[in-house]
Design a protein around this ligand. Structure first.
Ligand code: BGC
Length: 348
């Protein structure tokens, strides 16, 4: 009898055990089934939005849970494409007399203190644009108006530097450009420099403001001269040289006061180093020159032929390594860095 009631108890407990197992199996099956339908819903095209939301949420979570050192470093950008998809080709330029500096600032909100870099990719080159200047505010405004969007369409990291010659001694474009190079390198180790006249506006954004493995001359033609190269060795207006190429030729000569010769002198330096000047195709390297009369204080340099004759003898000691100047101010304006400098005056 005792044995019977013991057996009966075990059987009764076993029944509950079987029932429990059954119940758990049903629950597990329901859970699996609902999980699968959820997945099926997620991958259906109609709910891409749900996926995107989930992905961004996952990204957020990932960001929050990654190693602490990754939190401090900005995410790595992919390189910008070889050819920017933003280029527009040849453009008809307009120069509205009603244009204001504020308009240009409003059109270029991505430019901070003259500097810009693409937000969605890593620029292929970091370029300093150097513009020698004195009393040409209107030309500068037109140039900024066209050049900022032009450089942004090329997806470059750049800063525009305007180098102002203080005082009223004869203008010295070349020395101002040497100063610009030296001052810009205090901000950043730019790999490429564009030496840019204030009155030349590029017409075609396929004319890339990047440096090559040889010095590059960007102005093949301009409207005022029927878009023809002025002469075979012409190296003026707008040129591009890497930091090292410019250093190798000891920069520009500091001794050309007034108009002319300094660009030919740079060409001689380049040739002495056995470098070869390259140019973009003529249909691309086109500029509009904003009309102006010759400035007072920038009269033709009558001494330029004599100076050019001695370049091979003096280039090593006349240039970047002998460029003495006094920086009067460096203002970081919204659209450019304004460097005002005392470069002295011609030796009598
Ligand atoms: C001058 C250059 C100038 C060129 C084109 C030459 O005679 O020496 O400085 O760029 O003419 O105008």
């Amino acid at each position: 009898m005792g044995l019977c009631s013991h057996m009966f108890k075990i059987l009764r407990r076993g029944k509950y055990f079987v029932l429990l197992v059954l119940l758990l199996s049903v629950l597990a099956w329901i859970a699996t089934f609902s999980g699968e339908t959820e997945k099926a819903v997620l991958v259906s095209p109609a709910t891409t939005l749900t996926l995107v939301k989930e992905d961004s949420l996952r990204d957020k979570v990932n960001t929050l849970t990654t190693a602490p050192d990754r939190l401090n470093t900005p995410p790595q950008k992919v390189d910008c494409p070889q050819e920017s998809p933003l280029l527009q080709g040849a453009m008809k330029l307009s120069f509205e007399s009603s244009l204001k500096l504020k308009d240009v600032e409003n059109d270029n909100k991505g430019v901070i203190e003259g500097e810009y870099e693409p937000s969605d990719c890593a620029a292929r080159q970091s370029v300093a644009i150097l513009i020698p200047h004195r009393n040409r505010e209107r030309h500068l405004l037109y140039l900024l108006h066209h050049l900022h969007p032009f450089l942004q369409r090329q997806q470059l990291h750049y800063t525009i530097y305007v180098i102002q010659q203080a005082g009223d001694a004869t203008f010295n474009r070349a020395k101002l450009l040497n100063v610009g190079y030296l001052e810009a390198l205090k901000d950043y180790s730019w790999e490429c420099f564009i030496f840019h006249d204030v009155d030349l506006v590029p017409e075609n954004d396929h004319n890339l403001y990047i440096c090559d493995n040889q010095p590059k001359h960007l102005v093949v033609g301009r409207n005022a001269t029927g878009y023809k190269l002025r002469y075979k060795g012409y190296f003026g207006g707008v040129t591009a040289m890497t930091r090292d190429q410019f250093l190798q030729v000891n920069g520009f000569s500091n001794t050309y006061w007034g108009w002319g010769g300094e660009d030919d002198d740079l060409r001689i330096r380049v040739e002495l180093q056995k470098m070869k000047i390259v140019r973009p195709p003529a249909d691309v390297a086109r500029y509009t020159m904003v009309f102006h009369k010759r400035d007072s204080g920038n009269e033709i340099n009558k001494d330029r032929m004599r100076l050019l004759g001695r370049t091979p003898q003096v280039w090593r000691k006349d240039g970047l390594n002998s460029c003495s100047y006094k920086t009067l101010s460096v203002e970081r304006l919204p659209l450019y860095v304004n460097v005002t400098v005392d470069i002295g005056k011609p030796q009598s």
